[in-house]
Design a protein around this ligand. Structure first.
Ligand SMILES: Cc1cc2nc3c(=O)[nH]c(=O)nc-3n(C[C@H](O)[C@H](O)[C@H](O)COP(=O)(O)OP(=O)(O)OC[C@H]3O[C@@H](n4cnc5c(N)ncnc54)[C@H](O)[C@@H]3O)c2cc1C
Length: 460
């Protein structure tokens, strides 16, 4: 049977773009549909604009710290519209690059919504039907909103936060995951009054407990108000702003914006997956095997829509592996083990491998190396902020199981130390690596004495 195209990709984000470009490079006839803007969440309303906001927010402390080094900085002010315009220009530039790289590779882009109508057919919003030998679903995820919350229509998600006309002087953020935590740091750095509300006892569930405690202490020091074990009961519009009311007794807080960062759900609704018999998982994600294959032989899925590890580099790897395997005669799968990752909080977090809790749950002997110190720059600047570094080592094999850092440049450090952890380096090999002095990262190869040692234990 002949088809209009070899591959139809739904979604022009991190995973879809990579898969389409690589498949086309291998000689496949590829069409890609994107209903919003080329580049997807990461480029348009995720990693990239977020990181630009983080940079903008850091100047505040740079100006303050400068005084300790002898600089006199005049009155510093921040202009939100100027920053937003510069950010939008850069995002527009990147969007153009994504589209032109696809076109150069020979991918046909259709700027409209696509839905699946069968195992080998897709319908475009303009009514056209396209048949394809293979379909790749790379539709990503969208912010979850609490529609049961009275006043939920007054709240915004991470989609809108990048386009606010005015900087909120007072912002309440709901959520304890990395997105909530990052925006809390951003707005505090920009001078807004920030309250972070989370239903659990601590932010950043799933991260190492010491990291969670450390960042909470740093945020409290910066004046970010952390309200834990609490949820909203209603949001109401008042003359003074949005009144945020709580379920567990906290007094009402009035804010200019209420940002919901309470999770993301895979974009599978209304996609026509049932027409092709594609099975979904418990959270509405597309269920796939390690080759990103769904239960329908002609349909694959990569990235956030599969809810495996929801990060850009992971979506890219999955898309690349799919395209090489199906069109390039080179079969491989994306490796989801030991993924280094960063949280662009202020200070930053970098983490790779097992947390202390996870390491101990495996039942192996675990040595913990931990250091907290004031980074050198903070000495004469007078800034109180401290850095945390933590290494988890297998007490029997000496293999480094996890590295957790909170402090300046932690994201840059974890990319590099992630290589060592990925290849199974031992603590002795870390120690044999000469320190780079004076740096904060040298602490990673100079921690000599464990702060705790746990013997091998039975696994439940
Ligand atoms: C605020 C925020 C910050 C983030 N920060 C980071 C970070 O620092 N580092 C990191 O690694 N990850 C980060 N992420 C996560 C990262 O953005 C995602 O993991 C990544 O974008 C997933 O890529 P994807 O290809 O699966 O989906 P997406 O990039 O979401 O792309 C999916 C695309 O499909 C389109 N689409 C959906 N349905 C259809 C349809 N039916 N027809 C046509 N088009 C459709 C959408 O418009 C979208 O463009 C962040 C996410 C957010 C929200």
């Amino acid at each position: 049977m002949s088809y209009d195209v070899d591959l139809f990709v739904i979604g022009g984000g991190s995973g879809g773009v990579r898969a389409a470009r690589i498949a086309a490079t291998h000689g496949a006839k590829v069409m890609l549909a994107e209903e919003y803007r080329m580049g997807g969440t990461c480029v348009i309303r995720g990693c990239v604009p977020k990181k630009l906001m983080v940079y903008a927010s850091q100047y505040h402390e740079h100006f303050e710290d400068a005084a300790g080094f002898g600089w006199t900085v005049g009155p510093a002010t921040f202009d939100w519209p100027t920053f937003i315009a510069a950010k939008d220009k850069e995002i527009g530039r990147l969007e153009g690059i994504y589209a032109s790289n696809l076109a150069k590779a020979g991918v046909e882009i259709v700027s409209q919504r696509a839905t699946i109508t069968g195992p080998n057919s897709v319908r475009l919003a303009d009514g056209r039907t396209v048949t394809a030998k293979l379909i790749l679903v790379a539709t990503g995820a969208a912010p979850s909103m609490d529609s049961t919350l009275p006043g939920s229509e007054l709240t915004i998600s991470s989609n809108e936060v990048f386009h606010l006309a005015k900087q909120p002087k007072r912002i309440v953020i709901a959520g304890g995951g990395y997105i909530a935590v990052e925006f809390a740091g951003v707005f505090a750095g920009l001078g807004s009054e920030v309250t972070l509300v989370y239903r659990g006892a601590k932010i950043l569930r799933g991260f190492d407990e010491d990291l969670r405690d450390h960042l909470m202490a740093e945020y409290a020091r910066k004046g970010i108000r952390l309200i834990m074990n609490e949820t909203f009961s209603a949001i109401e519009k008042t003359a003074d702003g949005l009144a945020v009311r709580f379920r567990n007794g906290h007094e009402t807080i009035v804010a200019d914006q209420v940002l919901m960062a309470i999770g993301r759900r895979p974009n599978t609704k209304g996609l026509g997956l049932e027409a092709a018999g594609v099975a979904l998982g418990r959270n509405g994600e597309i269920a796939v095997d390690t080759d990103s294959r769904t239960n329908a032989p002609s349909i694959y899925a990569v990235g956030d829509v599969t809810d495996r590890v929801n990060l850009t580099p992971v979506a890219i790897r999955e898309g690349h592996a799919f395209a090489d395997s199906l069109f390039g005669g080179k079969s491989w799968t994306a490796d989801h083990a030991t993924i280094p990752t960063a949280v662009f909080s202020e200070p930053e977090i970098g983490t790779v491998g097992l947390t202390e809790e996870q390491a101990r749950l495996t039942g192996r002997a675990v040595d913990v190396y931990k250091a907290t110190f004031r980074p050198m720059k903070n000495t004469i600047s007078g800034r109180e902020s401290r850095m945390l570094m933590k290494l988890l080592v297998d007490g029997e094999t000496d293999k480094v199981l996890g590295v957790h850092i909170c402090g300046p440049d932690a994201g840059e450090m974890i990319q590099l130390v992630g290589i060592a952890v990925k290849i199974g380096a031992t603590k002795a090999q870390f120690d044999a690596t000469m320190a780079v002095h004076p740096t904060a990262a040298e602490e990673l190869v100079t921690m000599r004495t464990p702060s705790a040692k746990y013997a091998r234990s039975a696994v439940n």
